[in-house]
Design a protein around this ligand. Sequence first.
Ligand SMILES: Cc1cc2nc3c(=O)[nH]c(=O)nc-3n(C[C@H](O)[C@H](O)[C@H](O)COP(=O)(O)O)c2cc1C
Length: 250
Amino acid sequence: MAQQPPQTAPTPAEAFDQVVNRRRSVRVFDAEAAFDPEAVARSIDRALLSPNSSNLQLWEFYRVRSPQALAKARPICLNQNAAKTARELVVVVVRRDKWRQHAKANLDFLKSQFDGSNPKRERQALDYYSKLMPIAYTNDPVGVAGLAKKSFQTAVGLVRPMYREAGWNDMRVSAHKSVALAAQTFMLSIAAEGLDSCPMEGFDSARMKSLLGLPLLAEVSMVIGVGPRKPEGVYGPRFRVPREQVVFEL
Ligand SMILES: Cc1cc2nc3c(=O)[nH]c(=O)nc-3n(C[C@H](O)[C@H](O)[C@H](O)COP(=O)(O)O)c2cc1C
């Protein structure tokens, strides 16, 4: 009998490669295959460790799990296959309106850590949350505050590099960036758990917000269908435009 080569554990990079390659957008989930809802809880816990702007953590995750809630959410997701067959829907929400509360949480945490051993660094960190953050996040939808800040930034930017994003929509983009990173951590974790996902932006955002009882300023980033895949749930081979069209070196 031919000798089997000894099995070696994949390196972390090889294991990550497997996870990245396993993750596909799955549009048809298997209603019968094993599904551990705890894998979703673990994946949300991992998502909460994602990098995020100023560590403000302006995200929320809503698990839509009960048959009644799923029955309401599916038409809101326009009855897409991924939503119709998902065992759970995880709605990833952007809570820009919570910046003040989370800035204070950061401030309180930093104060609890600091012991006066590096006063300059400690003061800078505290000022960041107590002084800079309010300047960046205090905005109005009309854009008056944003215009004032933009004018200042543009003037300073003429003579030195200057951060230029501080308007109402800039802060929306900033919050959405961070929340989307958390969504990606969640989906990679779901793949590492041997399960599957499909991110969706095709849904009725007003109805979804109403289902979740969200306030006016909250925004839904993505709805993610989760479950074990059916083989036909992957609609085709993966397509990416050629690397040289999107990767550049200076
Ligand atoms: C923000 C975002 C929104 C998406 N919305 C939908 C959607 O509404 N319905 C859907 O079937 N797929 C949706 N997708 C999945 C993409 O079509 C998919 O990621 C892309 O075709 C690449 O395929 P892959 O995920 O299998 O690599 C979305 C993906 C992202 C990141």
